[in-house]
Design a protein around this ligand. Structure first.
Ligand SMILES: Cc1cc2nc3c(=O)[nH]c(=O)nc-3n(C[C@H](O)[C@H](O)[C@H](O)COP(=O)(O)OP(=O)(O)OC[C@H]3O[C@@H](n4cnc5c(N)ncnc54)[C@H](O)[C@@H]3O)c2cc1C
Length: 495
């Protein structure tokens, strides 16, 4: 089912039937004019150039100098940087019918909502510089006027948010103690390579054991750690989360502020401004299924879409998520690290973001659940005349229909609350994402990162998981896009 949808992972509606209907219709409309079928599941990073590698189909003229595949933040940053370097003949190919990728600004009950990335951190310099340049204001999300419902031993107990954050702050500080020793520079996790190598196999569960965290302590912070990692403690990487702690400034305040600021325009405003500045052409509904790079012969790269349209360029920025690399057949030798990363997956495998219009009391309640809960967390967002909009991050075993969302909401907040409307983005089932934000798993840092940051022939790869700093964030996608633009420019021979 999911392989037939681009943005069709969106569920919205009053009941399951209506949601399913809207889901299909929306997907159909979005794909109008495009070939419906995704790259066949069997397509993979293949390492041999064969006769099948020869592109067929109709070449599109004129050939751009550089092709950028993917119009998420990494692709947009690459396109914009190429413009800054003087490249005028760049074309963007995007599988969806919109820019933004895993950021997706929409509305519910007339309010702006983010179905993907919503927030940024005050120290993210690419984003802050861009917001200033484009004159986009910043909105702060302040949870301090909320109460915290914390699941401790099966039940949810209410706490004053100030006291609760102090408790959590102390626990996170204990959990991440010593990070600066093996990660002195969070923007470059490989700076103390040998020291971080010694830690990189550890999971969050290993770290709990190492510092002797009690069950109650784990209940306070374990849900968030598992939610950020998208994996249970036994699979979540200790060094990846430690990097996020370092990026926040190596303290609890910075950690809590990882998701504190929003662009007043919504993320789409920032993406659109970058796209406008890049000022290159874009072709939507172009699902790239094959890339042929006969670098050895010195000729151009061929990029083939599912509609069998062939594009050629001197170099390519491949700015699609690592988790969908296996949808593209690379008809030349790809280093093993790329194949491993694509097969293992990079980052959060399931990310379900649910926006709900909840009728009832307007008490703002932050919810933190234990690892493995159906709602990992809930965040109060906008007040409405008779209720509020809330975000829930969906976890294991949650069914995405109104009855199930309502049951879970009532279980946590009480029977006075009623889910009236909702929108859900299920990124793990999105064929052009196959997961949420990037977050390396244990042992992936040294095995993958240095190799994945290098171009392969005339192709430079970019996405949020290939960044040195702010890995897994929009800021990291921008860093990676800029680096890939520089490498593609060099590979094109025109820099
Ligand atoms: C629920 C959720 C919440 C998040 N919250 C935050 C947050 O608050 N703050 C934050 O900084 N980050 C957050 N993130 C992470 C953030 O969304 C990503 O880091 C960032 O958007 C990644 O950008 P990207 O360009 O690397 O990838 P993408 O945004 O995924 O862009 C890749 C593009 O490539 C296209 N594509 C894929 N395959 C093909 C193909 N074969 N042919 C052509 N095009 C293709 C896709 O359609 C997409 O447009 C969140 C992510 C999710 C899912």
């Amino acid at each position: 089912m999911d392989a037939q949808h681009s943005d069709a992972q969106l569920v919205h509606g009053e009941d399951t039937e209506a949601a399913a209907d809207g889901w299909n219709r929306r997907g159909f409309l979005k794909r109008a004019g495009a070939v419906g079928a995704m790259a066949a599941a069997g397509m993979a990073l293949s390492g041999t150039a064969t006769a099948a590698a020869k592109p067929t189909g109709t070449p599109v003229e004129p050939d751009p100098d550089i092709l950028v595949i993917g119009a998420g933040f990494a692709g947009l940053a690459a396109a914009r940087h190429l413009r800054g370097m003087g490249f005028q003949n760049v074309e963007i190919l995007e599988a969806r019918g919109r820019i933004g990728g895993r950021t997706w600004t929409d509305t519910l009950q007339g309010q702006q909502i983010e179905l993907g990335a919503g927030w940024f951190h005050p120290s993210q310099s690419h984003i802050q510089t861009a917001l200033r340049k484009y004159g986009i204001g910043i909105v702060y999300d302040d949870p301090m006027d909320a109460v915290l419902a914390q699941q401790v031993d099966g039940t949810y107990r209410q706490y004053d948010v100030g006291t609760a954050f102090e408790t959590m702050g102390n626990l996170y500080t204990k959990f991440f103690q010593g990070t600066q020793t093996f990660l002195p520079n969070a923007m470059n996790p490989l700076q103390a390579k040998d020291l971080i190598a010694a830690q990189d196999a550890y999971t969050v569960a290993d770290r709990y054991a190492q510092i002797g965290m009690t069950a109650e302590e784990k209940a306070w912070i374990g849900g968030t750690l598992a939610g950020y990692a998208g994996l249970p403690a036994g699979g979540a990487s200790w060094t990846s989360l430690a990097q996020w702690w370092g990026l926040g400034g190596y303290d609890a305040n910075g950690w809590f502020n990882l998701t504190s600021q929003k662009p007043a325009t919504g993320m789409i405003g920032l993406a659109q401004a970058m796209f406008n500045e890049a000022n290159h052409g874009i072709t939507y509904n172009q699902n790239v299924v094959r890339i042929s790079d006969p670098a050895a012969t010195g000729s151009s790269v061929s990029v083939t879409t599912a509609q069998n349209i062939v594009y050629r360029a001197k170099a390519v920025v491949c700015a699609v998520p690592t988790n969908v690399w296996n949808n593209i057949t690379f008809t030349y030798g790809i280093p093993q690290a790329f194949k491993d990363a694509a097969t293992e997956g990079l980052g959060v495998p399931h990310a379900v973001k649910i926006w709900m219009y909840v009728r009832g009391p307007q008490t703002r309640t932050l919810v933190q659940s234990k690892e493995g809960s159906k709602f990992e967390s809930m965040v109060p967002m906008h007040k409405l005349p008779d209720g509020q909009l809330m975000i829930a991050f969906g976890g294991a075993g949650l069914t995405l229909d109104k009855a199930s969302l309502n049951a879970e909401t009532k279980k946590i907040l009480g029977s006075a609350y009623e889910v009236v409307d909702f929108k859900v983005a299920d990124w793990g089932h999105d064929p052009y994402a196959r997961g949420g934000w990037s977050l390396r798993r244990p042992k992936q840092l040294l095995r993958h990162l240095p190799a994945l940051q290098q171009p392969v022939g005339r192709i430079a790869f970019a996405n949020d998981g290939l960044a040195s700093g702010w890995n897994g964030f929009i800021e990291g996608a921008i860093e990676s896009g800029i680096n890939a633009a520089i490498k593609a420019a060099e590979a094109s021979g025109m820099a």
